[in-house]
Design a protein around this ligand. Structure first.
Ligand code: MCN
Length: 792
């Protein structure tokens, strides 16, 4: 008897194959391809006077060396600006190969295609570029000062100036009994997937078709870009996403120059071509995020109730804006968190700098927003001498206030209306998980042993499941197996498992009989992609709807065969039977056979396709209003994003001598609506928390004044290892189903990372009694902060 799988911790079907080394990543696809390597700018800002490739042409094994001058048609135009925004008045994107100027160290200038990677790399070293050096603009302060410009035609280095407001924040603050002015700084970090970017392409000269395998989060996006740039029709291009070893945002930046250049090279040379980036290339030529400076003015009453909030921030956008304003818009819209803020205004400048481009990294602006809001809450509590949880409590949106509209507008122009949640219960749960009210006695106990501890708390909301659409195609085979295709891609989120749970429940088939395919434009031509914690909401809903359609057809055909009303039928373990009369039944496989007038009939006993038939001559092959095949296809498109939420609490210990920071306890309460698979959601939270810890304590892109990235390797760029992440993370789920989609799902994939910096900063501040206003904070920075305050 089938049981409901939704909500069950079903083991991930992906893992066995992956941990045994059975995964197939782009670099594993062996087409005997030529190798493409990239000549990259060694300078952060320079004009290109000339490029001399003569020394390369004679190298044995080199097939092509191309610069901007070798590009034509749409390839010679700048890369697309994916999501324009009305306030992005000076959006700029790069060329696939730099035309006459480079704007960051790592920007692509030329490519070499050769027999193998060694020859290609050697040849890259022999391309001579004559540069005229220009002053580099590095960091938000330099961009604001605008003594030098990144792009000559962008005054003040300002790509965009944007305001979100509701009411008169200044008046609210002025009239408030108390007010504070605060400054916060967050450093640049970046996604570091285990597998870097990679792409392989093959051009079928005879049939004029291009096949591209790429490590992407958006196969349909890559297809659209490649087709447009190469002047091909969409359906001339197949994009296939094999296993992907992590993306975390960096692989949504479709198209990467390398994806276009590999495709072009395959087409021009008539040979398969591949590119696999190395780690240094990942550091200097993919994308970064997070860097923002903030100033906050806030007014509040004696209880800490917000009466006015005015936030101004400066966002370091790097050299170009391929993804529009998605990161700062997220920061500005979701900064307000689960609170009623009173009148507010959030203003930001998005600034150009001569550094690697900024595109969304897991959390996409929300960790910065959360840091600002939660640090502000802590500052208010400190000012009033109140408990930090109490100050939050008086500001929380109440469960009966949903839908709650802050009056903010997302990147896509839709309102950020919170659809559901229960923030007061969440606060109680997180306090319980870390014994918040008993902390002072714990602190005293630890102090008696000479140990210094602190506790911190942070809350966030996250708009998830963004549109515009996602689709699914459910196909029941004559074997009874169910093949499901959805077009978004997977980078390790466990979609094959979670989506199969949805199908098994809806169709009444064994979980093992469901196979999910993602990220293959041949199977699902229309799709958007995996980012913004949208797969569960979007593809999950589409799969549910498509399975429903398939089920309707199953019941229609079975009712004919069993001579019973569809309402009287049930599907259990892949068998349709009449309720109360289990003997009167037909398997799903047989229904599939019945649905196809040109068919192999499947023999249940021998499990073999035994006969070939062109249908029952006494009946029309397919009913007039029906289609052959046992399929269901549907698309899901939401009215707007659904809001997930959560609260994290952390206990840290700081060493009084060395300033080493250790996390003793990390607790999470999380609301992603109806949970499909709690084990997967917890895994997502664990991964996110690890990245949050990285952002809080270690990860920082260290640029020097000339725009050289000084720590572009894992020797120098610190990430947390198992030794830095706590052995266990306590997680409690709170399920308030979303009213916006059929299963009540909200996203979960980014949540774990969002409040990490805020909660850890609060805990360090509590341990040390020193204001923590910048992240990340290393032991040496904490040491210095102690010294500064001791002197002061
Ligand atoms: N899930 C669930 N119940 C819910 C919500 C989600 O069981 N109520 C499950 C989903 O079925 C899915 C997983 O949790 O298996 C994450 O779902 P979702 O929140 O929809 O996020 P996406 O699948 O859209 O993944 C994107 C998200 C983002 S934006 C980043 S960045 C990120 C992340 O996922 N990158 C990741 N998690 C990652 N995990 C891995 N291993 N690798 C990455 O690159």
């Amino acid at each position: 008897m089938s049981t409901k799988l939704m909500g069950e911790a079903v083991q991930r079907v992906e893992d066995d194959r992956l941990v045994r080394g059975g995964g197939q990543y782009v670099d594993d696809i062996d087409l005997g391809a030529l190798h493409l390597a990239v000549v990259r700018s060694p300078h952060a800002h320079a004009r290109i006077r000339s490029i001399d490739v003569d020394a390369v042409l004679d190298i044995e094994g080199v097939h092509a060396v191309w610069t901007y001058d070798d590009l034509d048609g749409a390839m010679a135009e700048p890369l697309p600006l994916l999501i324009p925004h009305p306030t992005l008045t000076h959006g700029r994107t790069q060329y696939a190969l730099a035309r006459d100027e480079v704007n960051y160290v790592g920007e692509a200038i030329a490519i070499v295609v050769a027999d193998d990677r060694y020859v290609a790399e050697d040849a890259v070293g022999r391309v001579v570029v004559d540069f005229e050096l220009l002053p580099a603009v590095v960091g938000v302060e330099a961009a604001r000062a605008a003594e030098n410009l990144v792009h000559d035609d962008v005054p003040g280095n300002i790509a965009a100036r944007s305001v979100q407001q509701n009411g008169d924040a200044e008046a609210g603050i002025k009239a408030a009994p108390h007010s504070l002015s605060l400054d916060f700084d967050i450093e640049r970090s970046a996604c570091m997937p285990m597998e870097g970017r990679g792409v392989t392409a093959r051009w079928d000269t005879a049939n004029g078709r291009l096949q591209v395998w790429t490590s992407t989060q958006t196969s349909t996006g890559v297809r659209a870009a490649v087709a447009a740039k190469l002047g091909l029709d969409l359906l001339q291009v197949d994009v296939i996403t094999p296993d992907v070893g992590g993306g975390f945002g960096v692989k949504i930046n479709h198209p990467w120059p390398e994806e276009l250049l590999v495709s072009l090279a395959a087409q021009r040379l008539g040979r398969p071509v591949k590119f696999t980036e190395d780690r240094r290339e990942h550091f200097i030529s993919s994308a970064h995020e997070r860097a923002q400076l903030h100033h906050v003015d806030v007014g509040f009453d004696d209880e800490g109730r917000l009466l006015g909030l005015d936030v101004r921030f400066w966002h370091d956008h790097g050299a170009y804006t391929p993804y529009g304003l998605i990161v700062p818009i997220n920061a500005s819209t979701q900064l307000v968190g689960p609170y009623k803020t009173g009148p507010y205004r959030v203003t930001f400048d998005s600034l150009y700098t001569n550094t690697v481009i900024v595109t969304p990294y897991r959390g996409a602006g929300r960790p910065q927003g959360c840091f600002v809001m939660e640090r502000t809450m802590d500052a208010i509590a400190a000012y009033l001498g109140k408990d930090r949880a109490d100050v939050r409590e008086v500001n929380l949106i109440q469960p009966d206030e949903f839908p709650y509209d802050h009056g903010l507008v997302f990147q896509d122009g839709r309102e950020t209306i919170y659809d559901s949640g229960d923030f007061p219960t969440m606060l109680q749960k997180i306090k319980t998980l870390v014994s918040w009210d008993d902390f002072e006695s714990y602190r005293a106990e630890m102090a008696a042993q000479g140990r210094r501890v602190g506790i911190g708390l942070a809350a966030y909301v996250e708009g998830t499941g963004a549109g515009p659409y996602e689709g699914a195609h459910v196909n029941i085979e004559s074997s009874g197996k169910v093949k499901v295709a959805t077009g978004l891609t997977s980078q390790g989120q466990g979609h094959q498992t979670a989506f199969a749970q949805i199908v098994a429940d809806e169709l009444g088939v064994p979980f093992e009989d469901v196979e999910i395919t993602t990220g293959d434009t041949r199977r699902m031509a229309y799709a958007v992609g995996t980012f913004a914690s949208r797969a569960a909401v979007m593809s999950g809903s589409a799969i549910h709807l498509a399975a429903k359609r398939a089920k309707e057809k199953v019941l229609r055909l079975a009712s004919d065969a069993l001579e019973a009303d569809p309402e009287d039928l049930q599907i259990v373990d892949g068998v349709v039977s009449v309720k109360g009369s289990p003997g009167t039944s037909i398997s799903l496989g047989t229904v599939a056979v019945l649905s196809n007038p040109l068919r192999y009939a499947f023999d249940e006993a021998s499990k073999a396709a035994t006969q070939f038939s062109v249908g029952d001559a006494s009946k029309p092959p397919v009913a007039e209003d029906d289609e052959p095949g046992l399929e269901g296809k549907d698309f899901y498109s939401p009215v707007r994003s659904t809001f997930a939420s959560g609260m994290h609490a952390v206990i840290v210990e700081t060493d009084p001598d060395t300033a080493e920071i250790t996390i003793l306890k990390y607790a999470v309460v999380h609301d992603c609506g109806t949970v499909i698979n709690p084990m997967i959601v917890e895994g997502q939270i664990h991964g996110g928390v690890a990245q949050g810890i990285g952002g809080a304590l270690y990860e920082k892109m260290a640029y020097d004044e000339s725009g050289q990235l000084l720590n572009a390797s894992f020797m120098d760029f610190l990430m947390p290892y198992v030794t830095e992440v706590p052995d266990s993370i306590d997680i409690d789920h709170l399920e308030t189903p979303s009213p916006l989609n059929p299963l009540g799902i909200k996203g979960a994939g980014e949540a774990g990372v969002i409040p990490g910096s805020a909660a850890i900063a609060a805990a360090i501040e509590d341990a040390e009694g020193l204001p923590i206003t910048a992240m990340p904070i290393s032991p040496s920075e904490l040491f210095e902060l102690r010294a500064q305050h001791a002197v002061a």
